[in-house]
Every structure is written in C-alpha cells, then in structure tokens.
Design a protein around this ligand. Structure first.
Ligand SMILES: [Zn+2]
Length: 622
C-alpha cells in the first residue's frame, strides 16, 4: 500500500492508483479511454470530474498529460459562480445549461404548477417520470445564442460517462433531512428522467451516505447498479469526507466486472496509508502575500476592531481581525478542543464542529472560516480548495507531474483574463465546502475506466421474439429480420462523429423505455402499434450523440419528431448496419428502412453542419 508522507504525495494519487495491483494490468486501456473521455455532468459545482480526469492522466501517461482530448459536452449547474469556473476549465463544457428543470416541456411545467406550491412525491413522479415525453432533450445554453440573441436551445449529448452530485441537502445531516419530501426532489426526478431518456451508458453519482440510491435505481430498471461508500482518509487525504458513490451501467451495453465495494472494491484496492508524521497542516502553504489579502478582507469588515488593515507581520493579526461573534466562537472552540481546527460559523455551545490533531473535519458550504489553532490563523480560500484535492498551487501541479506541469482545474487560470468577474473568498469557501474530492472521484473514474466493459453483443431481441435460434443468423436473415452487415457507404454521412465500431447490440428505443430490435421495428412498420410511435410521428431531425473515441457503442442517432424536440426513438447506426434491407426478402422492411433513411438524410442535409464540424465549431465558440 502506498504511503502518503506529504501533501505532495497526496496529490500523486494518479501515480499510486495506476501502479496499484488492481489497475496496473489495465493501465494501457485506462489511458486509452481516459485520453479521449466523453463526459457530461450535472450538479458538479466547480467541476471535480473533469479536473479529476485531467489529473488522472498524469498517472497513466505523464508525458502527454497536457494533450488530453477531453470531450466535455454538457454541464448543468445552477450557481453563477460555479458556471464561471466551468467556463474557465482547461476543457470547458461545449454547452452549459443552468437549470435542469429547463429540460421539462411547457406542458410538464404547467402540470407541475397546477399541483400548487407543495406537490407530493406521487404528483412529481407522475408529472416527470410516469408521463411519456415529460422532458425535452434540449435546453437553453449559456454558451450559444440564436440569431435574436437569446440563449440557444442546445441538445444534451449522450456521452460515454455522466458524473453528477445530485442535490444532497435533503439527505444531509446538515440539511433538512426531508429526503424525498424535500424541495430538491424535483431536480432529482428531472435528472433521473433525463438520464433515462438519454440512456447514457455509465453514470456515476456522488452523494451523502444516506442518499436514496435504491430509489433512483428503481426508476432506472435498464441499468445495473452498484453503490459503495468511500472515505477521503482511506485514500490518504487528511480531511474527513464520507460519500456514497453509485454507478449505473446500461445493462445491455456495458457491465461492471469488479464490484465497487468489498474486499475487491475501490477502497480495498486503491487505499493509501497516511504516515504518522503527515497531517492536514502540510496543505497549508499560502505565502504571506496571499495571507495579507485574507487579512485585508477580514480587517476591513464592519465589526472588526482593527483601525487599519492588518498584515502577517503581526503574528496575532488573524485573531485581531475577527468580528465579535467569531471571537466568541473561537474562544468556545478552544475551550472545548484546543489545538485543532474549527468551523467558525458554528457556535460551539450548540454544536461541536472541530477536527482532530492530524485530520481536518468535513468541509461544508456554510463553514465561513476554518480557523486552524496550531497556526493561529484560518485556512485561505485556496488552501480550502487544496483540501478537496484541487491543484490550485504550482506546488501541487508539480507534485502531480514534475516534468511537465499542466493546468488541471479552473483555478489554474485567471478569470479576469477571460473577461469574467474575479473570484472572491466567500464563493471559493462555499465551493470548497460543496465540492467532491478530486482524488476520490478520481478513484471512482479510474475504476470505471478499468472495469466497465462493453458487453459482448447480445442476441437481438428480434431473434428471441421470433423464436429463432440465437446462433442462427442465417435463418433470421432469410426470414427478413436480420441480415448480413449492410453496405457501410450508406452510413457515411452519419459516422462523422468519429466512432466506428459496428456492434449489433444496439436497438431502436422508443422514448418510453420500450425497446425493440431495429429490424423488428422496420418489419413491423405496418403494424398499428409501431406505426403509432414511429410512422405517424415521423422522425424529422437527427441529433448527433457522441460516445467518445472509445467507439465501442457505435454512433447512435437520436431521432426527433421535429416539433418540440422530443425524441421519438433512439437508433444506433451500428444497429442499422446490422440490419439488411438489401438482403431482406421482406419488402415492408425495405420500404420502412429506406423511407426512414431518406428522412434522416434529408434532415441531415438541412442541418447546418455535419456532426464533427458542428462539434468543432461549438468548441471554438465556447
Ligand atoms: Zn450550447
């Protein structure tokens, strides 16, 4: 087990994970998938997941770390300040959405309004999860504007991996503990509905230990689910944080070959031992100039007794800059637990909130100041971010990648230089308290990249439904259901997103989670049931869905009915490739396929740019 002796060792987690016995055999495949990761996020705050991904690269291929080709498609983040950080990332999201409820259709929003100010869980479930078409898969984007200058409606892309920290206040001990009756439930349900409609292959959710992951899983029956609790301290970080990590893996596409928990799990395999000499104090490396800025902020506040700005030249400056309630809290904390760190927003007479001698207690959004008694000062805003594993100092970047340090997080860039408002310590403090830890999210990401594999192509459902033998492709072909791979030249216009592997496992999906074999769908174009969904509601526009250079999914296309952006079904090109209208003796299949193909071709021609250049264009715009 690697030993963590210094904070720099703490930041070298990618190297330790990469050389662990569990990951080492998969190092090259992790690197291959990591180097061009296809990612989307929701509720990710200052965006730990892409930061962790950028950092992880250092452990797998340090010489090419800065060349990582991250495909970060969409983010959904409520906070303006966090959105500014998302904009400042080394690889910002192509599209940034602010409100997950903006994905709801007008009809759904009206229905929710009709329930009054306090809808019940059943009402919310009915409106968002039980009703077909409750969501659009497009929403206003902060990065793009239409001709009239309004936020453009941009699609949420089906990435390979989606990482989210759904709102936790209703499940947190520090929050309301109302659980599913809380105010954030509506956002949780929107998130579930969005994922269910998109069918993102791999979803990683981070939340507090009490999070109702089983409830979420009950709405995602098409996913296999595994959940575990990870602790910062076990991974060699001297800051308490216990969080539940849950992975949802799309059943018919991917599988998790090694469990998240237990003796073979993440914590058992990627843990690191903290040396007895190492403590959270090793992370406190702010230089006098930075601390003087903290003092300037503090000593100019109303209520501060200092008559002039204080500086670090005065060894009691931090204490002297406190306002009355902070002084009271500090003396109470010191009385109860001398020589450790304290959360200054908490009144010790009501609630003890302090760390241990070597371990800092859990950071929270409302912490205000973390006063560190042994140093007789509070932690600077950047130090708080360091406690969450953000490489905000050059020292941490150098520890991560000594030969060629490269930027990993938004805080490695100046917001001012990007035309944004400058950062302030108040927001950074809240962000640090809300964030996940990069090294722990990194462990979960590395685990996914090492042990989430594409499944071997399953037996197409059409074969099963028609009673044909799984192995008897030929007999299926002669019956017109399944044939040899179709001439791929017809598919060329749709294969520009870079993915190439043809797999027969993908099926046409109707938005309401029924799934059909693609070939079965077209054979049944005349049947009233299928027609209702696919013929009388003709697919008009195709939205590209990227699944990364992994390529293993094949490039699916989302077909929309063109009126309100609601998807009517999902079609993977690879499944088109596996259906053979040309080799089919069934003319209705041929007609169905060709007419759909023409509609798709037409809509593609009408689209302004092909998939790849559209992506590149958006990337440039952002
Ligand atoms: Zn956009």
């Amino acid at each position: 087990m690697p030993v963590v002796r210094t904070a720099s060792d703490g930041f070298r987690w990618p190297h330790d994970y990469a050389s662990s016995p569990a990951i080492r055999p998969h190092k090259s495949s992790v690197w291959r998938r990591l180097s061009s990761l296809s990612l989307t996020t929701a509720f990710s705050g200052i965006c730990c997941p892409p930061t962790a991904a950028h950092m992880a690269v250092a452990g797998f291929a340090p010489d090419v770390g800065s060349k990582m080709d991250l495909h970060y498609h969409n983010s959904i983040e409520w906070s303006n300040e966090c959105n500014a950080e998302l904009y400042s990332l080394p690889t910002p999201p192509v599209c940034r959405h602010q409100d997950i409820a903006a994905f709801l259709t007008t009809e759904t929003k009206d229905l929710l309004k009709s329930f009054g100010p306090d809808p019940t869980l059943k009402e919310l479930e009915y409106a968002i999860l039980r009703r077909p078409g409750a969501l659009n898969l497009v929403a206003p984007c902060l990065n793009h504007r239409d001709e009239s200058g309004q936020p453009k409606l941009c699609p949420y892309i089906r990435s390979l991996i989606h990482v989210a920290g759904p709102p936790c206040t209703d499940f947190s001990k520090n929050g309301s503990e109302q659980k599913l009756l809380g105010k954030t439930t509506i956002h949780l349900l929107c998130w579930i509905a969005l994922l269910r409609d998109l069918r993102i292959p791999i979803i990683l959710a981070e939340n507090v230990e009490a999070w109702h992951w089983q409830y979420v899983a009950s709405w995602l029956p098409m996913y296999d689910c595994d959940s575990t609790v990870l602790r910062n301290v076990t991974h060699g970080f001297p800051v308490e944080r216990t969080r539940r990590f849950t992975i949802f893996v799309l059943k018919d596409s991917y599988e998790l070959s090694r469990p998240l928990g237990g003796p073979l799990g993440i914590e058992a395999s990627l843990s690191r031992q903290m040396d007895s000499s190492h403590s959270y104090l090793d992370y406190m490396i702010a230089k006098p100039a930075e601390l003087d800025m903290e003092l300037l902020w503090a000593s100019t506040r109303d209520g501060c007794s200092s008559l002039s700005p204080l500086s670090t030249s005065d060894q009691h400056a931090f204490e002297r800059s406190l306002v009355p309630y902070e002084r009271k809290h500090l003396s109470g904390h010191r009385r109860d637990a001398p020589g450790v760190a304290y959360t200054m927003s908490q009144n010790p007479d009501r609630r003890a909130c302090h760390g241990k001698r070597r371990i800092l207690h859990t950071l929270t959004a409302g912490q205000h100041l973390i006063f560190v008694d042994p140093l007789n000062r509070w932690a600077s805003a950047r130090e708080l971010l360091s406690f969450q594993g953000f490489p905000v100092y050059n020292e941490w970047l150098t520890a991560l990648c000594a030969d060629q340090p490269y930027p990993c997080c938004s805080f490695n860039f100046s917001r001012l230089s990007m035309g944004l408002t400058p950062r302030d310590r108040r927001h950074m403090t809240v962000q640090a308290g809300n964030s996940m830890h990069t090294g722990v999210v990194g462990a979960a990401l590395v685990w996914i990249l090492a042990f989430c594999h594409e499944r071997a192509a399953p037996v197409p459902r059409a074969l099963q439904q028609h009673g044909a033998s799984a192995a008897s492709t030929e007999s299926a072909s002669s019956s017109g259901s399944i044939g040899p791979t179709r001439d791929s030249t017809m598919l060329v216009p749709y294969v520009e997103s870079g993915a190439s592997t043809v797999s027969a496992s993908k099926r046409c999906r109707e938005i309401h989670n029924e799934s059909l074999s693609f070939s079965c769908l077209f054979n049944s174009m005349s049947s009233s049931k299928k027609r209702r969904v696919c013929s009388s509601n003709p697919p008009m526009a195709a939205l590209p869905i990227d699944n990364g250079s992994d390529g293993s999914l094949g490039p699916p296309i989302r077909l929309t009915d063109g009126s309100d952006g609601n998807a009517s079904c999902l079609v993977s090109l690879s499944s088109i490739g596996s259906c053979s209208p040309s080799g089919s003796s069934n003319s209705s299949a041929r007609v169905g396929f060709d007419s759909l193909f023409k509609r798709m071709s037409g809509s593609r021609r009408n689209a302004d740019t092909p998939v790849s250049s559209s992506f590149a264009k958006r990337q440039r715009l952002s």
